[in-house]
Design a protein around this ligand. Structure first.
Ligand SMILES: [Zn+2]
Length: 339
């Protein structure tokens, strides 16, 4: 069996190498979201491949021989980190025998280092308890501010690996960030203040007051404007994957259908969740397409809530073609579901 796999990998290697253009950098990312952002930063100067295609749960991807193959030739490997890929990244990195991308090497970028991480446990949590978030919540790419930071971190790492193109990486990252800022706040506000100032106001909690001032009234657009009517709303989610999105747009996640991240719903837990959600006035249940909707439908029926099934990754639904399109889709489906 081992020999067959080795042969298979060798054959695939030949095909893969033939498909590569010799002078381009090769970037491999663990997820489609990181691939989409890396593509925006790298432009035509690199080939980018993402391993998890957005249709699968990124916690539980299978390490296929083709993944090892892609890792073998990579100049830069980018992961979400925080143990999201703990079940499948180590065998791929080991199997690739590519020292350039091993943990700690210049060609290994852990994107979580640039993100603000939520739900960092105060006590030690082990995976034996079934919890797949032992180092804090790894779904940070669903906060657009983190998407913006990831682009910057990729540009800086590429500038280290290929300094001849440093200006290109930084210029591409800046134009991605500008496009993201316009989608987030609307072009009028971005033109007036610039993205950096707007994010600073949002982070310091002064944006809402600023937008209420006479001179700035009704200038907001984009995701901020679309999500404004939902502020303070309470939601349920299947998995603990929406906390960053909720935090950014002022929603409160009351509970999850999973009793623990990575553990499927049980009847007892769903009964408790329903009671809690009814008391809190929850009207929306949010989940990814790769989970069964049975549990959500059951709870929704009990408490009179709507179920919104939306991709949490690029490629998870046809409209989510890149990072900005993914956020557009999430904002459109969530804001469209308000009662
Ligand atoms: Zn998770």
């Amino acid at each position: 069996m081992k020999r067959i796999i080795v042969l298979f990998v060798a054959l695939l290697t030949t095909a893969w190498q033939a498909a590569q253009s010799a002078d381009k950098l090769r970037i491999v990312t663990t997820t489609s979201d990181l691939a989409a952002i890396a593509k925006a930063v790298a432009g035509d100067l690199a080939d980018v491949a993402g391993l998890c295609d957005g249709k699968e749960d990124p916690h539980f991807l299978q390490a296929r021989p083709s993944c090892i193959l892609q890792a073998r030739d990579a100049d830069l490997w980018i992961r979400v980190g925080l143990d999201l890929e703990i079940g499948w990244e180590p065998p791929i990195l080991e199997g690739s025998r590519n020292g350039r991308i091993s943990v700690g090497a210049k060609g290994h970028l852990d994107a979580s280092e640039c993100a603000s991480v939520l739900e960092v446990p105060v006590t030690t949590i082990t995976r034996a308890m079934g919890d797949v978030h032992p180092l804090g919540n790894p779904h940070y790419w669903l906060d657009p501010l983190n998407g913006r930071r990831i682009a910057g971190a990729i540009a800086e790492r590429l500038a280290e690996i290929a300094p001849a193109h440093a200006a290109d990486w930084r210029r591409n990252a800046a134009s991605f960030q500008r496009a993201l800022d316009e989608r987030m706040f609307g072009p009028v506000l971005v033109k007036a203040l610039g993205g950096d100032a707007l994010w600073a106001k949002m982070e310091s909690g002064t944006l809402a007051a600023f937008l209420k001032e006479e001179a700035n009234r009704s200038k907001e657009g984009g995701w901020v404007a679309a999500m404004l009517p939902l502020r303070g709303g309470k939601i349920l989610t299947y998995h603990q994957s929406w906390v960053y999105f909720a935090h950014r747009f002022g929603l409160a996640v009351v509970d999850e259908l999973e009793p623990k991240p990575g553990i499927p719903p049980t009847a007892t837990h769903l009964a408790e969740v329903s009671e809690n959600a009814r008391a809190e006035g929850v009207k929306l249940i949010l989940q990814e397409p790769f989970y069964s909707t049975k549990a959500a439908a059951r709870v929704a029926g009990k408490i009179g809530a709507r179920v919104v099934v939306v991709a949490s990754s690029v490629g998870g639904q046809p409209e989510a073609t890149d990072y900005l399109a993914l956020m557009d889709l999430i904002v459109r489906l969530v804001s469209g579901a308000q009662p």
